[in-house]
Design a protein around this ligand. Structure first.
Ligand code: UDX
Length: 443
């Protein structure tokens, strides 16, 4: 193992993390072989197409396909000559909020079978977000069982959590601020350190995979806590009036122990990570007999936060029945088509129940939205069509396209120029001097 040199890298799972990692490693000069059980993902990848929207990914995929450093297959045996493989499969939530490890288990089983045919040392790394203990207690025994090989002798295991942000994921992979490595032994940790050093950023080697797994949950839970914290203070500030929550965030952000990042109050956090991971660590704690009071509260605040938009809307226009409301932005954040756990879903569901006529516009997420939004709403093909003749407009996602708008644009095109801005994208003084402008945490 001392001589192990990483030439070929295997990526298991062509979802978000796998796709970005595969293209990223290939851009860095490695030969990358990807496996996915979905025919469609494999076909698309080999044809230079990406099944989701992410800036720069498609262009970079084109480059690595051209240089023949990227290939994908449904067949795990293509991993036979790889030196290292990253398990990047999805870890969805069960109905209870607990993590579902079915893809982790099946991919470990398939990798184990190929591992059994390898005549060289291999490093199996878990990159999927998994609850503490999974790499050592679930993945390792499956690999040993299906390969007939021994960890520490024929192969080793490690866990490196991913910290990619959707919309900026390619850049996050190529220029990480840090990489956390938890491995079964020091040599594997050093090997991974050398691999990730090429990308830059700080590298932290921790004592074992389970510590690395916990770091991922701690990271996301902490950031989610900051958001729920500032949202709660924004809600309190609204009851008093005259307080600008942005200034509050700025004020506490100057304390270096706190930092001003992730203190943007709004209509709540969504996405594929925060809601799922906070729920998973909550259930993990509960299953071990610990009631996580603080983590419960993060979720409680976030559950109610989207509905604050409707409360403000009612304060502004009274009874909602039959009113024409424009929704600007559907995805859980800008620069992505991802609708998972997006606050827009909860807001729209409630407005539909209240008998509102809804027009929604999003630059890229409409197709995804149609899959998740149940009630009948109209989807507009342009921003202008969306707000035309509306009684009020709700801004849910802070797309750049919306930031550029002026008060006059709304005054000219809406029936009543009333804006409830869930992301505080406009100058409060300018907008509130010209039209009825409401935000979360500024009154
Ligand atoms: C997050 C983590 O940032 C990333 O490290 C991890 O790997 C995956 O989860 P992502 O889900 O892509 O990334 O989005 P992020 O930009 O972190 O935003 C998450 C949600 O929080 C969005 O809905 C966003 O609107 C909301 N948010 C973020 C706030 O409401 N306020 C803030 O101050 C920051």
């Amino acid at each position: 193992m001392n001589n192990i040199k990483i030439g070929k890298i295997g990526i298991i799972g062509l979802g978000y993390v796998g796709f970005i990692s595969a293209v990223g490693f290939a851009l860095k000069g490695y030969k990358v072989k990807c496996v996915d059980i979905l025919e469609n993902n494999v076909k698309m990848a080999n044809n230079g197409e990406v099944p989701f929207f992410e800036p720069n990914l498609r262009e970079n995929l084109g480059k690595v396909l051209e240089s023949k450093r990227f290939s994908a297959s449904k067949d795990y045996t293509i991993l036979k000559d790889t030196d290292i493989s990253f398990i990047c499969v999805g870890t969805p939530s069960l109905k209870t909020g607990e993590i579902d490890l079915k893809y982790i288990k099946s991919s470990a089983e398939n990798l184990g079978k190929v591992l059994g045919t390898m005549d060289h040392f291999h490093v199996a790394v878990v990159k999927s977000t998994v609850v503490p203990g999974t790499t050592e207690e679930v993945v390792l025994p499956i690999l040993e069982k299906f390969s007939g090989k021994k960890c520490g002798v024929d192969f080793s295991i490690a866990m490196t959590p991913e910290f990619l942000k959707e919309g900026d994921a390619m850049n996050d992979f190529l220029n990480p601020d840090r990489t956390v490595i938890g491995a079964s032994d020091q040599r594997t940790a050093n090997l991974l350190k050398n691999l990730f050093m090429q990308l830059g950023g700080k590298i932290l080697i921790v004592r074992n995979p389970r510590t690395a797994e916990m770091i991922k949950y701690a990271n996301n839970t902490f950031l989610a806590m900051k958001i729920s914290f500032i949202n709660e203070l924004a809600n309190i500030s609204r009851t008093i009036g005259g307080i600008d929550i942005n200034e509050v965030a700025q004020g506490i952000g100057l304390d270096q122990r706190i930092s001003g990042k992730f203190l943007k109050a709004g209509c709540g956090f969504g996405g594929s990570c925060f809601p799922k991971d906070v729920k998973a660590i909550k259930e993990f704690a509960k299953n071990r007999g610990y009631n996580p009071i603080l983590i419960n509260a993060i979720l409680d605040v976030n559950e109610k936060q989207p509905l604050i938009m409707i409360k403000i809307l009612k304060e502004a226009i009274g009874n909602l029945k039959g009113k024409k409301i424009a929704i600007l932005g559907l995805s859980f954040k800008p620069n992505t088509s991802d609708m998972r756990e997006a606050p827009s879903i909860k807001i729209i569901d409630q407005l539909v129940k209240e008998g509102v006529i809804l027009n929604a516009y999003d630059p890229v997420a409409i197709d995804e939205a149609k899959k998740l939004i149940k009630g009948t709403i109209n989807y507009s093909n342009s921003l202008l069509n969306c707000i035309k003749g509306a009684d009020a407009c709700l801004i849910i996602t802070e797309w750049d396209e919306f930031r550029e708008l002026t008060p006059d644009f709304f005054i000219k095109n809406m029936k009543e120029p009333i804006i409830i801005d869930g992301r505080k994208i406009y100058d409060f003084n300018l907008f509130s001097s010209k039209l009825k402008y409401y935000t979360i945490g500024q009154k």
